[in-house]
Design a protein around this ligand. Structure first.
Ligand code: ADP
Length: 461
């Protein structure tokens, strides 16, 4: 077994997740290197790293963070041992992982081969089927002709969903309720997929009415050891994008929860997975669960799992990338027996979006930014401070409020207090909307499905 201790880590990302990773490195005694675009010259995350460098001088705000060659060149020049990609940007790009490797830099993530097998929605469904894990009926391959589309949609039964194989962030999905609309929607879905993800592969899946979204946090060390850190309920979504996540998913039976966790282990084991990852499932109204996709990276909502297990998932990513096996108790990498959950945790994504205007992102100067704290409250912030300019270029996630409580009610009360304590003036946020969800009886019972926001107009009052 080869161990490569990291001394300097570059984070190829920005905002809250960059800060989250710098903090993990800091505690491990690793020096941190930030990269930033022209537009992020005054961004907070830059200051949280030991060193920071401008990239993409002549590039756009997003392109700067996607420039593989420039990022690797900088990393080599600065003597970096490893690159953490965060989420989004280059985190699921096999070419980036490969080029890091060729430059002698460790990519903190899975190998490019693993990424191909589980990072693509179609491939990962096939891995799941081979591992004996249930998937939603559908085409299980990209649709190549109109005839194929009609055939697979009929076989699955309407309504169906068209999904981009490379889709992410809730984009690249269309619901089709009748055959007459299928081909028209298929062609638009392909166009959209090509523009958004550079790949036009679209597949068909049966559309489940009002399911719950349940996902399992996994850790793998690449030696065949896989540990699960239990599940999260991420059913509170707007347009297929998560807004509030919590753990444990207490509305499911204990038996069901463990069954889903075991299925996640089967999928990760099939590729001898290395890195943190998440296996996502939908649970239908009859309580049946189906695997939908795997995210081979850290996720926004990893905080709730950390709160109930005490495992630092970002540090675990770093340690397995250094080559340590799971179960290395001396460095705090757990084996399955050592993972226990305690209490309840909820995360709310506070965004600079205006619920009254269809959640349009708001921008401009933040005149006041004051945060809360106290027992059971954890804040992972990115761009907020008094005087900050909120730009239109990036994700509107401002701060993640994560609370812990001995009971779910306790975690809700702490969450409401936490959000109320956060004072923001100058830009609109979704704070009041989040509190309406937290106060809703369906939420308190853990009974929300993925269409909860769509079905409850009173949340907007
Ligand atoms: P992304 O990669 O964009 O996050 P996912 O495949 O994870 O896409 O799906 C995101 C959300 O879309 C799910 O949580 C669920 O709300 C909805 N969804 C996806 N597939 C289906 C389906 N077959 N039936 C019903 N809803 C679905």
């Amino acid at each position: 077994m080869m161990i490569k201790k990291f001394k300097r880590v570059l984070v190829a990302n920005r905002g809250e997740i960059a800060i989250r990773i710098f903090r993990a490195c800091n505690e491990l005694g690793i020096r941190t290197v930030a990269i930033y675009s022209n537009e992020d010259k005054n961004a907070l995350f830059r200051l949280k790293a030991d060193e920071s460098y401008l990239i993409g001088k002549n590039k756009g705000p997003i392109e700067a963070y996607l420039d593989i060659d420039e990022i690797i060149k900088l990393a080599v020049k600065k003597g970096v041992d490893a690159i953490h990609p965060g989420y989004g940007f280059l985190s699921e790009n096999p070419e980036f992982a490969k080029k890091c490797d060729e430059a002698g830099i460790t990519f903190i993530g899975p190998t490019p081969e693993m990424m191909d097998r589980v990072g693509d929605k179609i491939n990962s469904k096939n891995v799941a089927v081979s591992a004996g894990v249930p998937v939603i009926p559908g085409s299980e391959k990209p649709i190549r002709s109109d005839e194929e589309a009609l055939h697979f949609a009929n076989a699955a039964g309407y309504p169906i969903m068209l999904k981009a194989a490379a889709g992410g962030g809730g984009r690249g999905m269309r619901i089709v309720r009748e055959e007459a609309k299928l081909l028209e929607e298929l062609h638009s879905a392909r166009n959209e997929a090509r523009k958004a993800f550079g790949v036009e592969d679209v597949f068909i899946e049966k559309y489940l009415e009002d399911p719950k979204h349940i996902e399992v946090q996994i850790l793998g060390d690449g030696y065949g050891n896989i540990v699960h850190l239990y599940e999260r309920d991420c059913s509170i979504q707007r347009r297929h994008q998560k807004l509030i996540e919590y753990t444990p998913a207490f509305s499911l039976t204990e038996e069901k929860r463990l069954e889903i966790c075991q299925d996640a282990i089967k999928i990760a084991s099939a590729v001898s997975y290395k890195n943190a990852g998440t296996c996502e499932f939908l649970v239908d109204q009859d309580g049946k669960h189906y695997f939908i996709e795997m995210n081979p990276r850290i996720q926004v909502e990893h905080t709730v799992t950390e709160m109930v297990t005490g495992v630092d998932i970002v540090q675990a990513q770093i340690k397995v990338a250094e080559g340590y096996p799971l179960g290395s108790v001396e460095i705090n990498l757990p084996s399955q027996d050592a993972v226990q959950i305690r209490g309840y945790s909820i995360q709310c994504r506070i965004t600079t979006e205006d619920p009254a205007h269809n959640f349009a992102p708001d921008t401009g100067k933040m005149d006041v930014y004051r945060t809360g704290g106290g027992f059971g409250v954890r804040l992972d912030g990115g761009s907020g401070f008094t005087g900050a300019i909120i730009s239109p270029y990036y994700d509107s996630l401002l701060v993640k409020s994560t609370t812990w409580g001995r009971t779910f009610d306790d975690a809700i009360r702490k969450q409401i207090r936490s959000i109320r304590e956060i004072t923001i003036r100058g830009v609109k946020t979704n704070a009041a909307f989040l509190i309406n969800v937290l106060n809703h009886d369906t939420f308190k019972r853990g009974a929300c499905d993925t269409n909860f926001i769509l079905k409850n107009k009173e949340l907007f009052d």
